[in-house]
Design a protein around this ligand. Structure first.
Ligand code: ARG
Length: 297
């Protein structure tokens, strides 16, 4: 039986749930990573094209870099779960509660039970999502940089009806965003709330109403607009730890300079083997520590 919660909960009322005092992430090595099927447009044409050796070297580069500023927990990779390396889509975590994904595609559903086991073992409270309301973790639901509210997408993978259930896990405010471009099938491919009240995003991935919601929440000087060229190189798929932003390497882009102008330190790493599967830096690490700890607030 999974531990289920049905009332508002705050972490410090739950002494048994983990409370990390350093930025902490979960990663899963690409031991069985491959493009075995096509469930997003980036995978088309890339069937069995990733090199596992290169993928491992790239993943290790990210792991070693993150270890200089965060604690990293490791999840065992499992055979027949080639996308498990993209662990960020398996859950959303805050205040010791893990809202577990209900993957839209059958190919990723086997990952759910491994994550449930890991979170249970680590002492988290599990918030399961009904199978009929697809929800894909941090792929489609991201807290703002302070952890005060959730941005949640629908339109491709995650179903609009999952949003209320998700918000109930923390009794938090949630703003729905509608994704309209199949290339940007997850929110974390086109939208990144950052520390210090910034947001980085590719506006054309959203419908007009959603863009208006983002503009209403963030003043113009806090919005970092990403070009289509950069967005198609997964520039929005970043890991943010306080002032640090970690992303796949971009060529001929002014985005790193624009981020540095706003006080961020940008690290660009080669993650090309993972672009073949439709993900980059953000997809490879799931945040476990609360936002105040992760961003040093
Ligand atoms: N192949 C994985 C999937 O389609 C890749 C996930 C990467 N997601 C992302 N948001 N970048 O589910």
């Amino acid at each position: 039986m999974n531990t289920m919660i049905s009332s508002p909960v705050v972490a410090n009322e739950l002494p048994s749930t983990p409370h990390y005092t350093r930025p902490t992430f979960l990663m899963c090595p690409p031991k069985f990573y491959d493009v075995d099927y096509v469930i997003n447009p980036w995978m088309a044409g890339n069937l069995h094209r990733p090199s596992r050796d290169v993928a491992f070297a790239q993943w290790n580069g990210l792991y070693q870099h993150l270890k200089t500023m965060a604690d990293i927990k490791l999840l065992h990779a499992r055979e027949h779960a080639p996308d498990m390396v993209f662990v960020a889509h398996t859950a959303v975590v805050n205040h010791g509660i893990a809202a577990i994904s209900s993957f839209a595609h059958a190919q990723r559903q086997p990952e759910e039970k491994y994550l449930r086991e890991w979170f249970k073992e680590a002492g988290f409270l599990l918030w399961d999502t009904p199978r009929e309301t697809a929800f894909e973790g941090e792929g489609d639901a991201l807290f703002d940089g302070e952890g005060r509210m959730l941005w949640a997408a629908h339109g491709v993978r995650t179903c609009l009806h999952s949003h209320r259930h998700l918000a109930d896990a923390w009794h938090t405010r949630l703003t729905a965003l509608h994704l309209i471009d199949p290339r940007f099938y997850h929110l974390d491919t086109c939208f990144a709330p950052l520390a210090n009240g910034f947001v980085m995003y590719f506006p054309e991935a959203f419908d007009v109403e959603s863009r208006a919601k983002i503009e209403a929440a963030y003043p113009a000087e806090k919005r970092i607009i990403v070009t289509e060229e950069d967005a198609t190189h997964f520039a929005c798929n970043v890991i943010n730890i306080g002032q640090n932003v970690v992303m796949h390497q971009l060529s001929h882009s002014d985005l790193p300079d624009r981020l540095m102008d706003q006080g961020f330190e940008v690290t660009q790493l080669a993650l090309g083997e993972f672009l073949k599967g439709g993900g980059a830096a953000k997809s490879l690490a799931l945040r476990l520590s609360d936002l105040d700890v992760t961003n040093g607030l």
